[in-house]
Design a protein around this ligand. Sequence first.
Ligand code: CXF
Ligand code: ZN
Length: 372
Amino acid sequence: MPTTTRASIIRQSPGEYETVTLELDDPKKGEVQVKMAASGLCHSDDHLQTGDLQVMTYPFCGGHEGSGVITKVGPDTPGFEVGDHVVFSFVPSCGQCSACRRGDFNLCDKGALLLVGSRADDAEDFRMKLDGQNVGQMCGISTFSEYTTADVASVIKIDKDIPLKSAALVGCGVPTGFGTAVKAGGVKPGDVVIVMGIGGIGINAVQGAAHAGATRVIAVDPTPFKREMAQEFGATDVFENMEQATEFAQSITEGQGADVALVTVGVLEADHPAQALASIRKGGTVVVTGLGKMTELTPISAFDLTLMQKRLQGAIIGAQSPHSDIPKLLRMYQAGQLKLDELITKEYTLDQVTEAYEDMHEGKNIRGVIVF
Ligand code: CXF
Ligand code: ZN
């Protein structure tokens, strides 16, 4: 029996989210249906509104950071039962493809159709319909919907005593930011780290860098509220722009610069990676993790890469392994070592997605969350 579900979709990019009623097919082999409890409002779903991110199927149902309770299980879903509490990882990880077999779980082949929004192995196969027309699912999950159906490669079972609202955030923002610092950026005890852009990703990069033992976590953001939040999450120094942050990093390192710079801005601009490279020392690392218009970047100096041996690294989901690192983040939360509740700055209903993104643009939120 298909389920009908209220969901927030976009009909084109640029465009605006609207709430509609969709038909949701029952889960097939290797899939589960989930009644959503909460969904984070990550900047990437707003990129669909602005047109910075284009997907391959319209209408498209947004949301890729969420938690809920399993309501139906399809065949071949060992380990999953109705009533289980789960979070989604925005990157699936099947454990069997060549990327997973070599240990690059965040680069799983099942991620190839994330922006088609179909089933992971068939670009023509969709579970959501609007008046009979296929609706793409953001990252194959679509958390802006009361109910959704997803491949178990994107689903992680969690302890029932973890609040679902806070757990939702470990589906994108937390592992992306935390992993950008500790895994992709390789922050080490004693390091001087610059975090460029304090939103849902940057704040977790701050938390990750502090956790890894950085002596200085320098947060850069033009919005005073975000600089204050960064200090609550472990930033030791805050600046409005990269020029000031770079000068400061050099002043405390005999002119060398930061060990690591993490580019976590919500809208990546062409010269951000070059600015970050200018802020680090010889042999230092820059990690770029934000999404922008996906245009060409400002040229990088070959001198920086060769003679200065600077490393420019990209990362998806902070180079974390979804099925092992997300449970670890939740264990850290349970042990009081990771802040999740404090990331949520405002709650919204499913009908308020556009309003939520207006608040985000006005710099009012670290993470807005839809509570179902
Ligand atoms: C994005 C990456 C591109 C697809 C949507 C999700 N990452 C995090 O927000
Ligand atoms: Zn995201």
